[in-house]
Design a protein around this ligand. Structure first.
Ligand code: PGA
Length: 256
């Protein structure tokens, strides 16, 4: 059984005070939810103060990116060790906005992934096709390239510690969710590919999140799909009521 994982990607939103208010509300809303991982990924400036508020909580902390070097003259960057030091357990890697606006490639994703694993952070590796790629029928080819490139040199034991988020770029922040059938088709493809790259047991143990306009209204249907193990939530993670609803509904879906 794979443990459900619901993560909130706050992107570049929230001041310290706003973030504290949101985490206070989430702690109140979700303190009794069990049997799933709940993660919030705020901007770097909020990490350490929110870590203090989450010590007794069932909510874990994640960052939205990292740099692969240990330390050095890399102005503006933050290392895996620094994220651990700030209280992170998770880190998002290769989000499509990083690929689109900050020239992230499968090669840089791979280096960041290795740095995260080395420092025992759980990586949430994002992959997904653009609308143009979907319309050209190259979704599977794109996913294959992102997965084999991103996971290059990662062994079986390391792969089992990764979370993969399938996020079709056309569904992010657009209000257009992939249908649960489209999402499941991609997730199934990813799991089959992981079985080829590693083995069936490893592929069955890796958690696959769906991301792209996830909201309280669509989480249950998505979670009912056999290969969808959770969600990476953007817009709807910025409010305690919607993120709380999503987490509660996801926790309530029983898989056969
Ligand atoms: P969205 O973002 O839920 O606002 O579509 C998802 C993401 O970018 O991770």
């Amino acid at each position: 059984m794979r443990k459900t994982i619901i993560a909130g990607n706050w992107k570049m939103y929230k001041t310290i005070k706003e973030g504290q208010e949101l985490v206070n509300a989430l702690n109140r809303e979700l303190y009794n939810l069990q049997n799933l991982d709940i993660v919030v990924c705020p901007p770097y400036t909020l990490l350490s103060c929110l870590a203090d508020m989450l010590t007794e909580s069932n909510i874990a902390l994640g960052a939205q990116d990292l740099f692969w070097e240990e330390e050095g003259a890399f102005t503006g960057e933050v290392s895996a060790q620094m994220l651990k030091d700030a209280g992170c357990q998770f880190v998002i890697i290769g989000h499509s906005e990083r690929r689109q606006y900050f020239a992230e490639t499968n090669g840089s994703v791979n280096k960041k992934l290795k740095a995260a694993l080395k420092h025992a952070l759980t990586p949430i590796v994002c992959i997904g096709e653009t609308l143009k790629e979907r319309e050209a029928n190259s979704t599977f080819k794109v996913l294959e390239g992102q997965l084999t490139g991103g996971l290059s040199g990662i062994n079986q034991e390391e792969a089992a510690r990764i979370v993969i988020a399938y996020e079709p770029v056309w569904a992010i922040g657009t209000g257009k969710t992939a249908t649960s059938a489209q999402a499941e088709e991609a997730h199934k493809y990813i799991r089959d590919l992981l079985a080829k790259l590693y083995d069936l047991e490893t592929a069955e143990s890796i958690r696959l999140q769906y991301g792209g306009s996830v909201k309280p209204e669509n989480i249950s249907e998505l979670m009912q799909q056999p290969d969808i193990d959770g969600a990476l939530v953007g817009g709807s993670s910025l409010r305690a009521d919607s993120f709380g609803d999503i987490a509660r509904k996801a926790a309530g879906v029983l898989k056969s």
